[in-house]
Design a binder for this molecule. Structure first.
Ligand code: CA
Length: 355
């Protein structure tokens, strides 16, 4: 373990350091609070801290530490000359995990560390479990989403190849095969765009791009509406303007946002797309009248996040909003999710720089 000692008395600090190193630990040592807090940047896994420190005392050290993201959950053991119960209560109230009274023996130290490791174990296991669950869910979605349309194609072909097929049936099966193949194509394009954007994020292009925001937004929104047979539900109003984004990226982003809007709303409910040119920015707002999202769901938008996956199993791996967000952020834009008017539906806003 990497252990941080904060102790002002050199003989005690050195003895403790020696004992810990003897037991195979790596030690970071500090003589006062500020020095100790600075050493948290080196990611110790456990802290021994004296209560009676000059200037900033041990209580102030733990209070400051708990304010830091890196120090919030760090196991913290107080060292004190006083075995006073009030002191112990105060330390525990501030979030200390244990207390060791000076003078201590090697046994005291070894036992305290062993107790910390035992306490940490269930938490670590839970984190591992969550990670494993996440990985398997993401994996399952990929294989399911990728294989379903292909199975449609192959299953349809098998029926077509069977003996005694009627001309009417043949037409119907060909229509099924085509629909499955188109679904596969659209999904493959989406995945390709996702990875292209991820690449661009890591190594940005030297070229500067621009495209006609109104024309691209209009055709992307229309495509998404047409896929669902809902062009009658679509309203588009866009100011003219050139945005600093590759045309394929803007088209992909708006298509995904609009698909999301049509997916989560019902036929007959309007999807409104508004493009507004304001100074050096161009905003594209897509508002639907579907069920919307909770604040937490909105906050959790990520490439692989699917919302209410049981209720609304979304085709396409939930990559859509991830694509839109990455397309915006690589050019200094943003993607924002808000409730629609009257807390109904969802409004997704792409905010992009103009050229
Ligand atoms: Ca001291």
């Amino acid at each position: 373990m990497k252990i941080l000692i904060i102790e002002d008395e050199p003989p005690i600090r050195q003895t403790l350091q020696y004992l810990l190193e003897l037991n195979g630990h790596t030690v970071l040592a500090a003589a006062d609070g500020p020095e100790g807090i600075a050493l948290v940047a080196q990611q110790p896994e456990l802290i021994f801290c004296d209560v009676g420190l000059p200037g900033m005392d041990g209580y102030q050290v733990i209070a400051a530490l708990r304010e830091l993201p890196a120090g919030r959950d760090l196991p913290f053991i107080f060292l004190t000359a006083r075995a006073d119960r009030d002191d112990q209560r105060r330390g525990m109230a501030l979030g200390a995990d244990d207390y060791i009274t000076k003078p201590f023996t090697e046994r005291d130290i070894v036992d305290a560390i062993a107790a910390r490791i035992r306490r940490q174990q269930p938490l670590r296991e839970r984190v591992e479990q969550l990670l494993a669950q996440h990985r398997s869910e993401v994996g399952a979605d990929w294989s399911h989403e990728l294989l379903t349309p292909l199975n449609g194609v192959l299953g349809g072909l098998e029926l077509i190849e069977a003996d005694g097929i009627q001309p009417g049936e043949l037409k119907e099966l060909l229509r099924l095969v085509r629909a499955s193949a188109e679904r596969q194509l659209s999904l493959s394009r989406k995945i390709a765009l996702y990875f292209e954007l991820e690449r661009t994020k890591v190594s940005p292009s030297e070229r500067t791009y621009h495209c006609d925001a109104a024309a691209v937004t209009d055709s992307a929104a229309f495509l998404a509406a047409e896929e669902k047979g809902r062009t009658a539900d679509l309203t588009v109003r866009c100011d003219p303007g050139l945005v600093a984004l590759a045309e394929t990226h803007l088209f992909g982003a708006v298509t995904e946002i609009a698909r999301n809007a049509f997916f989560f709303s019902q036929p007959g409910q309007t999807v409104t797309v508004v493009g507004t040119h304001r100074g050096s920015r161009y905003q594209i707002e897509v508002t639907d009248q579907g069920p919307g999202m909770t604040a937490k769901q909105r906050a959790n938008v990520a490439a692989f996040a699917q919302f209410d996956r049981d209720k609304h199993r979304q085709q396409g791996l939930g990559l859509g909003l991830g694509i839109a967000r990455t397309a915006a952020t690589i050019v200094g834009g943003t993607l924002r999710l808000d409730s629609g008017p009257g807390e109904r539906g969802l409004r997704v806003t792409l905010d992009l720089p103009v050229t």
